[in-house]
Write a protein that binds this ligand. Structure first.
Ligand SMILES: [Mn+2]
Length: 317
C-alpha cells in the first residue's frame, strides 16, 4: 500500500481540481473514507470536492452531515457539478463499477482516475492508478493507513464517522475483521472518535425497528444452516433487506442468511450475509449479483418474490 499512497500523493500534488466520489446510496464507509481522504488533499493545500446525492435518503449519512456542519468540508451536490475542468482528478472510493457511481458520466469528463475499493473485482472502471484490495475490511481501513503514512491527525467528528464506517462494513467488528482493522480503529480512537456519537448515527425510528422484527417472522430454514426471509409485497430499500439479513445471522446455528423483497414494482432484490464459511458472493454471482464472500446481493428484474425464492432454494439445495 505504501508505494500506492506515494503515487496518489504525487497525483494530488499535480491537480488543482480534485473530486471524490463513491457509490449511489452512499454509506458510512464510502463517506468516512471520503472525509479522511479530504484531510490528506487539504494537507497539500488543494480543495477536495466530495460529491453527494441531491437528496440523501440514508438517515445515518444525513446525521453525519449534520454533525459536520461546522467543519470545513466541500460537499458538492450531484446537480451542482458544472463546468468540470478537463484538468481534473477523480478519486473513486468504495466502488469500482461505473454504473454504480453516484454520477457515472463524470468518469468521461476528467483527465485521470484513481480507484480505491475493497470489493471483489469485477469489470473495474479504467483507471490510471488503483488499489482493489478485497482482503481489507473497509475503504476507511485503507484510508486510515494513508493518513498514518502522511502523519495526519483528524478531528473527533471525522474520526467518529470513519469508525462508524468500519463498524457497518464489519457488522460490528465481527466480519472481515483482522488485527489491521483494530489498528485502524485504534488510530481513530486516538483521534478522539466518540462511541456514543457513533451509536447515535445508527439510531432509528422505533416503528421501523419493530416492523423489521415482524418481517423476521416470515423466515424459514434451509439445509439446516441457512435462513431465507421473504418480505411482504411492499417496496423496501436495499438497506432494509441488508439489515434483516444481518439480524438473521444472530439466530443460533445459522451460517448464512438471505432476505428477498421488492426493490420496485418489477425488481426483486436478495441481500445475502454469511459468517464466513459459506461464500454468499458465489451464490449471488450465479444470480447476476456480486459482493463479498460474507456480504453480497443481487437484483432480478421482472420477477416475483416467490419465483426468486424458488430459484434461490434450487441453487442452495
Ligand atoms: Mn465499503
Amino acid at each position: 500500500m505504501e508505494q500506492f499512497f506515494k503515487k496518489v500523493t504525487n497525483k494530488i500534488k499535480g491537480y488543482d481540481s480534485i473530486y471524490i466520489m463513491t457509490h449511489k446510496n452512499m454509506d458510512l464507509d464510502g463517506f468516512g473514507a471520503a472525509l479522511g481522504l479530504s484531510n490528506i488533499i487539504k494537507k497539500y493545500e488543494k480543495k477536495a470536492n466530495i460529491i453527494i446525492a441531491d437528496d440523501i435518503k440514508e438517515e445515518s449519512i444525513q446525521k453525519a452531515i449534520e454533525f459536520l456542519h461546522s467543519k470545513n468540508y466541500e460537499l458538492l451536490k450531484a446537480s451542482e457539478i458544472r463546468n468540470i475542468s478537463k484538468e481534473s482528478l477523480l478519486i473513486i472510493l468504495d466502488v469500482h463499477k461505473k454504473e454504480m457511481l453516484e454520477v457515472p458520466e463524470l468518469v468521461d469528463k476528467v483527465k485521470e482516475i484513481i480507484l480505491v475499493d475493497h470489493h471483489i473485482q469485477k469489470d473495474p472502471i479504467v483507471s490510471n492508478l488503483n488499489l482493489l484490495e478485497p482482503s481489507v475490511s473497509s475503504t476507511v481501513e485503507i484510508i486510515v493507513n494513508y493518513l498514518l503514512q502522511e502523519k495526519i491527525q483528524i478531528d473527533s467528528i471525522t474520526s467518529t464517522i470513519m469508525l462508524a464506517g468500519i463498524y457497518i462494513d464489519t457488522n460490528g467488528f465481527n466480519i472481515k475483521t483482522t488485527d489491521k482493522t483494530f489498528e485502524a480503529a485504534a488510530y481513530l480512537m486516538k483521534n478522539k472518535a466518540d462511541n456514543v456519537l457513533k451509536q447515535s448515527l445508527f439510531q432509528e425510528n422505533k416503528n421501523e425497528i419493530i416492523h423489521r422484527k415482524e418481517l423476521l417472522k416470515n423466515s424459514h430454514k434451509i439445509n439446516n444452516n441457512m435462513v431465507i426471509c421473504t418480505l411482504d409485497k411492499k417496496i423496501y430499500k436495499t438497506s432494509d433487506l441488508a439489515k434483516i439479513a444481518e439480524e438473521i445471522l444472530q439466530f443460533e446455528n445459522i451460517e448464512a442468511s438471505f432476505t428477498i423483497g421488492y426493490l420496485d414494482e418489477k425488481t426483486v432484490g436478495i441481500s445475502a450475509r454469511s459468517l464466513g464459511k459459506i461464500n454468499v458472493e458465489k451464490i449471488m454471482n450465479s444470480l447476476g449479483g456480486g459482493g463479498h464472500k460474507t456480504d453480497a446481493a443481487c437484483r432480478i428484474e421482472n420477477s416475483s418474490i416467490t419465483k426468486v425464492k424458488d430459484k434461490l432454494e434450487c441453487l442452495l439445495r
